[in-house]
Ligand binder design. Structure first.
Ligand code: PLP
Length: 372
């Protein structure tokens, strides 16, 4: 068996045709009509009024924070167990990150800790739906409304997922998506901001495009970025979006298969199959070794690599990132669940090309190396 990569994108000849057609039609920059079409169809699918397509999911978050006016003296509550993109702009803008721990069951942020972290300085709450399982964003939604605090809902790992029948990405004041090559829907590199707030949407559009003054191009009252998505990428996104149901069903069928293969596995935590009635969409399929396991994740991953199996470690907890010290936020209080996930978690091959035979091989090898 060839080396099994941890992730492969789902790309069809229809995808290729869609990109080629954009080029044949002469649309390659962000000016192409494909971009507005993708914004309209994606935002409609999530049930949100405005969609702003951007260069990637990190750009979406940068713009969202800036559009909400996060800056010096503000506090932003965010999960520790997530990607650096949720923290970068908080630090650069001079705001203060307030980290909360994950729940041991869902690996998503703990709403009670969010509640306990709210202060008069809280200017935003970041919610991330980790690895395809919905966070308890309904509770955060109520809490945030009570206090008048905007919520940034990072749905980069949960396209097409729901909580209580309401699409993820429609709960936040602003929500963000990524379309990186390993995401559930991809444009290669790409992202989207969604919001029902017209003023915020307009700010996001301006910030995405260098903050050109609408009256006079090349005049700038504020600083933006060039974070535009190209027409070629949007064409790919439209093609992917047209088959999102089968993309998600494929991930779910891989996840269900691994759940079966790993039933009765000692010493290891598996992803929840569902949370509050929403089946996991298994953006990735993670395993977490119990604390005190006789190997750490790094050893297990190295042994799997020798057996031709690609893996990735989980996120490294944000509250322990070396970069914090440089921004004046040194030692943070311990967040044991995020630390456990970061140290003991890794994920297995579940790309579009993953076959049942490969997964059986992966599961057998995992069982073997865990016993070593
Ligand atoms: C992938 C990801 C991002 C960043 O998206 P990019 O397109 O890679 O910049 C942000 N947040 C989460 C939760 C992600 O998984």
């Amino acid at each position: 068996m060839d080396f099994i990569p941890v992730s492969t994108p789902s790309l069809t000849s229809e995808d290729a045709d869609a990109v080629a057609q954009a080029i044949r039609d002469g649309w390659i920059s962000a000016e192409g009509p494909q971009v507005k079409d993708f914004e309209a169809k994606f935002s409609q699918a999530v049930g949100v009024e405005h969609g702003i397509a951007v260069a990637n999911g990190t750009a979406a978050l940068d713009i969202a924070f800036e559009a909400l006016g996060i800056g010096k003296g503000d506090e932003v509550i965010l999960p520790s167990f997530t990607i650096i993109s949720c923290l970068s702009h908080v630090l650069r803008s001079g705001a203060t990150p307030v980290f909360v721990d994950a729940l041991e069951s869902t690996w998503n942020l703990d709403p009670q800790q969010v509640k306990d972290s709210i202060s008069p300085k809280t200017k935003a709450i970041v919610v991330v739906h980790i690895y395809g399982l919905p966070a308890d964003i309904d509770e955060i939604h109520v809490l945030a409304n009570e206090h008048g605090i905007p919520v940034i809902e990072d749905s980069a790992e949960a396209h097409g997922q729901h909580l209580d029948g309401k699409p993820l990405g429609s709960w936040g004041t602003v929500s963000t998506f990524s379309f990186y090559s390993n995401k559930l829907v991809t444009t290669g590199e790409g992202g989207m901001i969604l919001t029902n707030d017209e003023t915020v949407a307009e700010k996001c559009r301006t910030l995405r495009n260098l903050s050109f003054n609408p009256e006079r191009r090349f005049v700038h009252d504020s600083l933006g970025w060039n974070y535009r998505l190209t027409a070629m990428q949007a064409a790919l996104g439209l093609s992917q979006l047209a088959r999102i149901d089968s993309l998600l069903e494929h991930k779910r069928s891989i996840g269900r298969h691994y759940q079966e293969l790993f039933s009765e596995l000692d010493g290891v935590a598996l992803p929840l199959a569902s949370h509050r009635g929403s089946e996991n969409v298994y953006w990735v399929f993670g395993l977490v070794l119990e604390a005190g396991f006789h190997h750490d994740a790094r050893d297990i991953m190295a042994m799997l690599h020798e057996r031709g199996i690609g893996t990735r470690p989980f996120f490294f907890p944000l509250h322990q990132q070396p970069v914090l010290a440089g921004y004046g936020f040194g030692q943070q209080r311990s967040l044991p669940v995020a630390e456990w996930l970061g140290r003991q978690g890794f994920y297995l091959p579940n790309g579009a090309d993953s076959t049942p035979a490969e997964r059986e091989y992966v599961a057998a090898q995992v069982r073997e190396v865990l016993q070593k």
